[in-house]
Design a protein around this ligand. Structure first.
Ligand SMILES: [Cu+2]
Length: 322
């Protein structure tokens, strides 16, 4: 009797714990993560995650069940029957253990092949509206967003209109990071001396969390930003105008200051950005040494002329892209 009571209360506790755990997991999935997408890329990725998981569960669930079942059925202490198999080969078992995985791998492979091409982060999104360009730079420990078309920049705050595709050009001034806005989908590494790309779109207006999916040292936890999808283009223009009210400008000299490590950086706006800043940041490591930023924009432009083979091929690529 005593035993039964203990067992019952233990069972009830387990049930409560399990229920709490499952609800926590479900809620975590519902709020702000990859399972709560607000953009088309994220929606497609969620679909892929769900389909792939279900397909794999077709194998995983029976295997877990059979492991427990066989362990119990053929336990040492069993008395009701003696197990004395006389076979060395079973065509039935062979067929099951080969054909089912082959079918699942074939389906998964096809889905993966298709979605890898469909969701290629470098592939511009097909949309009636023109995309806007944002240049992203990961710094120790903050995110710099440059809007080359609007001539403004910001730290740790990103904005774009809802339902307009955004082309991110991404690089790093420092160690590797990964640009990640879970609810919009995709993530792509930022690497010094390299430009990576990501195309995203927000289907719903809102403010989404963004951070790095790649640990980068001491101030990493504070290296977060808000991605604001404004309800319309007027809202985005208002945001740009807000940046234009700032007294700060982003020039090679102020950038040199900005690039110094700092933690938990507040949001900061730049009303003006020197032309070619992103290109300069991207290529600074190819000059053999840090270009003389202190001498201002002219020096940077001159430094660039000296590695024109590279710059020219870059510009040609940019031209052909247009
Ligand atoms: Cu360059």
């Amino acid at each position: 009797m005593q035993n039964l009571v203990i067992r019952n209360s233990l069972f009830r506790h387990l049930k409560t714990a399990l229920f709490a755990g499952v609800s926590a997991l479900l809620l975590a999935g519902c709020q702000g993560g990859v399972l709560d997408p607000k953009g088309q890329v994220g929606v497609d990725e969620k679909h892929l995650i769900v389909v792939a998981t279900l397909l794999m569960l077709i194998v995983v669930v029976p295997v877990i069940f059979m492991t427990l079942f066989f362990a119990w059925k053929y336990r040492e202490g069993r008395t009701q029957e003696i197990y004395a198999p006389k076979w060395s080969h079973s065509t039935k078992i062979e067929l099951v253990v080969w054909i089912i995985p082959i079918i699942i791998v074939a389906i998964l492979g096809t889905i993966t092949w298709r979605s890898t091409h469909a969701l290629d982060p470098y592939k511009p999104l097909v949309h009636e509206k023109d995309h806007i360009v944002v240049e992203v730079v990961s710094l120790n420990w903050k995110w710099l967003f440059i809007y080359p078309e609007q001539g403004v920049a910001s730290i740790n705050e990103l904005a774009f209109p809802t339902d307009v595709p955004v082309e991110f050009k991404i690089t790093s001034d420092t160690t590797m990071n990964s640009f990640f806005i879970p609810q919009l989908g995709g993530q792509i590494y930022s690497m010094a001396g390299m430009e990576t790309q990501l195309h995203l779109i927000a289907n719903e207006a809102g403010t989404y969390d963004g951070y790095s999916a790649n640990y980068s040292g001491e101030g990493f936890t504070g290296m977060q930003f808000k991605a604001i999808a404004t309800p319309d283009e007027a809202g985005f223009d208002a945001w740009v105008n807000k940046l234009k009210q700032s007294s700060d400008t982003l020039s090679p000299a102020t950038y040199a200051e900005l690039a110094k490590p700092s933690e938990n950086n507040p949001v900061q706006y730049f009303a003006h950005v020197s032309s070619g800043m992103f290109h300069h940041i991207l290529h600074q490591f190819m000059h053999g040494s840090m270009p003389d930023m202190q001498h201002g924009e002219k020096a940077v432009v001159d430094a660039h002329r000296q590695h024109d083979m590279h710059a020219m091929s870059d510009e040609m690529t940019m031209e052909t892209e247009k």
